[in-house]
Write a protein that binds this ligand. Structure first.
Ligand code: ACO
Length: 332
């Protein structure tokens, strides 16, 4: 996964979308036994966006994808692959990427989902990088989209306050030979923590039964403390590995775009990497944890508001259910 002869692929354009409806911590106080103070202090989240009832993951992905294509100056017909990182696609089968391909009006190109939860966007980026690197594909749309509001138990205060809906996208294309592009990516999974963050029912192992529905076994179940510790440890390790693989020192990083799961996780990673928090793109207060969408939403925001400039070295890292995690180092 290392770059041996300079970057072979680059980020050509980015786009993002969040649903219009906003749910604040004050709104949540009316739903569950929680408070704005608890959520703000323990997570950094102030509000999150929630999809309309008639909005599916592919609808949100479509808007983010169109914005990414527009910023890349490309049309859907220019794409030769679509990879969507999601665990909340439109239906169990077929893929969210297939629906997205149809809605975009792209050609009969390979389109598939990657299941790596919050790390889904970085998994998609790494896969896209390999395809561009080998020359098999030239322009790949990668998307992180998540509609977790459908998958959380709105009576469980330990999870429902954390998540939000959204989509982010990027177009990956060939590097231009000017040193800009994807410098390294690293991917990992440690299955020892699968039960600490999962949706137990609804797959091939456990059918959804009336009793299961009562026990909310079709909703996200999480042992927050286990995931917190794994996130700090592994996102730090993956960040160091991405830097080592590219042979770059920590102080070469201009911006860190971390998965936005909890401000305390981000703060601890900043301390361990010894990178000032001011160099992290953070928007968790407005979006909550949008899982695979969180990195591309923050990346797009940083680019559009002028913080992330051409030539800046950007480090991305994420961890989610699996637990799966990863990192990417990109010169923009
Ligand atoms: N409001 C008020 N009180 C609450 C709430 C709430 N929303 N949630 C929990 N509490 C209570 C608990 O019941 C507990 O009370 P007790 O002491 O009387 O038992 C107390 O607050 C402390 O709870 P903890 O679970 O110890 O709180 P913690 O500081 O660990 O924070 C949190 C919980 C925010 C979930 C944290 O553990 C976390 O962020 N974990 C990581 C989550 C994450 O990163 N997920 C990413 C992956 S998502 C994906 O892949 C789809």
């Amino acid at each position: 996964m290392a770059s041996e002869h300079g970057p072979q692929s680059r980020i050509v354009g980015t786009g993002a979308y969040a649903p219009e409806r906003v749910l604040t911590n004050r709104d949540l106080e009316k739903l569950v036994d929680t408070s704005d103070d608890w959520i703000s202090e323990r997570t950094g989240i102030k509000q999150r966006h929630i999809a309309r009832d008639d909005e599916a993951a592919s609808d949100m992905a479509l808007i983010a994808a169109r914005r990414a294509l527009e910023s890349a100056g490309l049309a859907p017909s220019d794409l030769d692959m679509i990879i969507v990182g999601t665990i909340s696609g439109d239906v169990p089968m077929p893929s969210c990427a297939a629906y997205l391909q149809r809605k975009l009006g792209a050609g009969p190109i390979p389109s598939f989902d990657v299941s790596a939860a919050c790390a889904g966007f970085l998994y998609a980026m790494s896969i896209a990088d390999q395809f561009v690197r080998t020359g098999v594909h030239q322009r790949i749309l990668i998307v992180g989209v998540e509609l977790l509001s459908r998958l959380v138990d709105w009576e469980d205060r330990t999870t429902c306050v954390l998540f939000g809906d959204g989509a982010g996208a990027a177009v990956i294309g060939p590097a231009l030979g000017d040193g800009r592009g994807v410098l390294s990516t690293r991917l990992y999974t440690d299955a020892s923590l699968t039960e600490s963050l999962c949706i137990p029912a609804g797959g091939s192992r456990e059918r959804i039964t009336p009793e299961g529905l009562l026990q909310k076994r079709d909703k996200v179940q999480m042992v927050g403390k286990d995931i917190f510790k794994a996130a700090v440890k592994n996102m730090t390790q993956a960040s160091r590995a991405a830097l080592d693989t590219a042979g770059m020192p920590t102080d070469s990083v201009r911006w860190v775009v971390p998965h936005q799961a909890n401000l305390r996780i981000i703060t601890q990673i900043a301390e361990r990497l010894d990178i000032p928090l001011e160099r992290f793109v953070i928007n968790i207060e407005r979006y909550g944890n949008t899982s695979s969408a969180s990195i591309p939403i923050a990346l797009d925001e940083g680019i559009r508001d002028g913080r992330i400039k051409p030539g800046d070295t950007v480090l991305m890292c994420a961890l989610g259910a699996g637990v799966s995690w990863g990192s990417a180092l990109v010169r923009m």
